[in-house]
Design a protein around this ligand. Sequence first.
Ligand SMILES: C[S@@+](CC[C@H](N)C(=O)[O-])C[C@H]1O[C@@H](n2cnc3c(N)ncnc32)[C@H](O)[C@@H]1O
Length: 261
Amino acid sequence: MTTDWDAATYDRIADPQARWGEAVLDRLPLRGDERVLDAGCGSGRVTELLLARLPAGHAIALDGSPTMLEAARRRLASFGDRVTFIVADLLEPLPIDRPVDAVLSTATFHWIRDHDALFRHLAAVLRTGGWLVAQCGGAGNVASVLAAAAEVGGPWSSAAEGPWLFASAEETADRLARAGFVDVRTWLQSEPTPFEAGEPLETYLATIVLREHLARMPDSDRDAYVRGVAAKLPRPEIDYVRLNIVARRGRALDCGTPSGS
Ligand SMILES: C[S@@+](CC[C@H](N)C(=O)[O-])C[C@H]1O[C@@H](n2cnc3c(N)ncnc32)[C@H](O)[C@@H]1O
């Protein structure tokens, strides 16, 4: 697991993740009565959108961060027993007692370096024929921020070194097939995202993109570091690249084909 999150700030500023999450959710075919795992639910903004599409169903909001899960509990309180909360590490076998109908995951997989283990654990809790629909950072993600961070100094000199994995579409498709997924589609999508310069950009960088960098330096150095990185960006924009995943567990059984590619 990576270091813990500032869940309150994340919940307030994660508009790009919520926007992308809604588009990812559009690819998940749902009748409305399924049990769906949100793997890495964070503060629950995308889980909330999922629950709105499950009027007779159930969501399992799973995250490794107790702080994030607490924020999700508050946000999703009105859904009552239509949502279950689980603190668990996606790198370990998951404490889910019977198979779910689908797995949704947004903005999470790149924080996990061992994707073979991750996909194995997800496959183990997904019913045969169930969809895995996900999006995370992919090859080239936030490259200009990481380059600026390396220039300013800090723990890592290249994107390959940090506690994240920005995988390619091809290697991800191979890993999914090895973990027992079929009908696999993976693709990269460029999402350059502009921010208001100054405090909004710096808070966003500190809370999300640079949080692992900051966790490895004294408190007193952090503000100057974030300002230094922001100042080195060519423009107040983060060069996001998203990796999309659509796959089924085992042999294709039912449901339609998800849209978008
Ligand atoms: C950027 S947040 C995304 C939250 C939400 N899905 C969204 O789109 O807003 C990434 C989440 O992944 C969780 N996470 C990272 N590594 C994890 C792991 N190994 N096991 C469980 N959760 C993990 C973090 O705790 C965090 O809540």
